[in-house]
Ligand binder design. Structure first.
Ligand code: SF4
Length: 435
């Protein structure tokens, strides 16, 4: 199967030659350029951005780590040369380094990974290699932070391109969440009710900064993944009258709805407005306060795509990720995490047609791994997670060759204080059991 990168290159070339695409469409022809072009553009503009494509075109927060310029030799190297250099460096490093590749990572990078999985699976996979000096995380920034929190202090976690952030994670910054918390404490007070439940429990999705995981650790809160969000919300409702859920409104809404929380008790918190844009009574009546955040990749899926798939492929099974909007989750046959999607496909004993609503690299890989089935992405436009896409093989070759020389570049190191509190929230998640 053609890789996502190859498809984008072909589409972009054809568009340039004919002014139109014969093979399909991509959300941004800029994806065809080497990601170092954006590093340079950001350096010139003085502000980090998310790059082209699916993710938000807003500027990333000022504190976002900045990628320096990749040495020229890695930009000029051919695919074959990079391949040989990565393999040689990997061979020389042996057990000294472990490479982790997220499900959404591009094929040209994921093929070197020792482990492939979702963010939490990968952080745990790294634990199986305590002797590795370096954990090279081919994902995005918050994933590398989580790996640093869970790994030993002696291990260095490396993000090959520091500009590989997550626009959704950045939609909830610590200052805005602290400000929201102050307003909620003023409104609700801090005293528990007769059942011993505090007014509000903060719940953060794994896709958030380590600082926000630490905020949850300090304030009686917890972390969730897309696999365990239901269990975590039940845990929170046992201890709190309501939940403040960030940063992904869609995961929060879809999960709370499945637990029977009415939509009118799920107000949205807009951090740019007083009381999040709500009146006091709405907040007092709320069960889940949803942060105004979303994943730009999963926001692209819509009900029209599902209807079209059903018309063209009668009997198609539609499975979407719970970061998709509620009406998409409602219209699908099922919704679940990347692991859920993988398992649902593996469980199909007869050849089946699946339309999947998640990131394109993962969908294409599932299609290649399961030739007995017909598997395609609901979104006809090729639109990868553009921030993760910034980890090009050139960056991987660079960080590995530096490691061979005994130098660590692009290390992600979370402060001890943040680590301690974030671990508390992560440990609460691990201890939470389904009701
Ligand atoms: S797919 Fe969405 S939530 Fe996941 S890393 Fe990319 S931008 Fe973030």
């Amino acid at each position: 199967m053609t890789s996502v990168n190859t498809a984008i290159q072909l589409i972009t070339r054809e568009e340039a030659e004919r002014g139109a695409s014969a093979r399909g469409a991509t959300c941004s022809p800029a994806l065809a350029s080497g990601p170092w072009e954006y590093d340079l553009a950001e350096a010139l503009a003085g502000i980090p951005a998310y790059g082209p494509g699916a993710s938000s075109l807003d500027s990333a927060p000022a504190a976002t780590p900045r990628q320096g310029q990749l040495p020229e030799e890695y930009k000029l190297a051919s695919d074959e040369e990079l391949d040989a250099r990565i393999l040689a460096a990997k061979e020389r490093l042996g057990d000294r380094a472990v490479i982790l590749g997220h499900f959404y990572q591009r094929d040209e990078v994921v093929k070197y990974a020792d482990f492939v999985g979702d963010s939490f699976q990968l952080a745990n996979a790294a634990l199986t290699r305590p002797d590795a000096e370096a954990i090279v995380f081919c994902g995005v920034h918050f994933m590398a932070e989580t790996a640093d929190i869970l790994s030993t202090p002696e291990q260095a976690v490396i993000l090959p391109n520091l500009a590989a952030g997550c626009s959704m994670a950045d939609m909830a910054d610590t200052d805005s969440v602290e400000e929201c918390w102050e307003q909620l404490e003023e409104l609700f007070g801090t005293e528990p009710d007769d059942a011993g439940r505090v007014p509000v429990i903060p719940v953060t999705y794994m896709n958030s900064s380590a600082a926000l995981k630490a905020f949850c650790g300090r304030n009686g809160g917890i972390v969730c993944t897309s696999s365990n969000a239901k269990t975590v919300l039940e845990w929170a409702f046992e201890r709190g009258q309501r939940v403040l859920f960030f940063p992904d409104q869609h995961l929060g809404r879809n999960t709370a709805k499945a637990l029977g929380v009415p939509l009118e008790q799920m107000p949205m918190w807009n951090p740019r407005k007083e009381l999040g844009g709500n009146d006091q009574q709405t907040l007092l009546d709320s069960r889940v306060i949803l942060w105004h955040g979303f994943c730009s990749v999963h926001k692209r899926f819509n009900v029209g795509q599902i209807e079209k798939a059903r018309q063209e492929y009668p009997g198609v099974k539609v499975i979407v990720h719970p970061e998709c909007p509620m009406e998409v989750v409602d219209a699908a046959d099922s919704a679940g995490s990347t692991d859920f999607i993988k398992k649902a496909i593996a469980a199909a004993t007869e050849p089946t047609t699946f339309a999947i609503g998640t990131e394109i690299n993962m969908v294409n890989r599932l299609a290649a791994e399961n030739p007995q089935h017909t598997i395609f992405c609901l979104d006809p436009v090729i639109c990868p997670c553009s921030t993760m896409y910034r980890i090009h093989p050139g960056y991987l070759a660079w960080v590995l060759e530096e490691l061979v020389e005994g130098r660590i570049v692009n290390r992600i190191a979370v402060d001890d204080d943040v680590q301690d509190n974030a671990k508390i929230a992560l440990e609460r998640m691990l201890a939470a059991k389904p009701l």
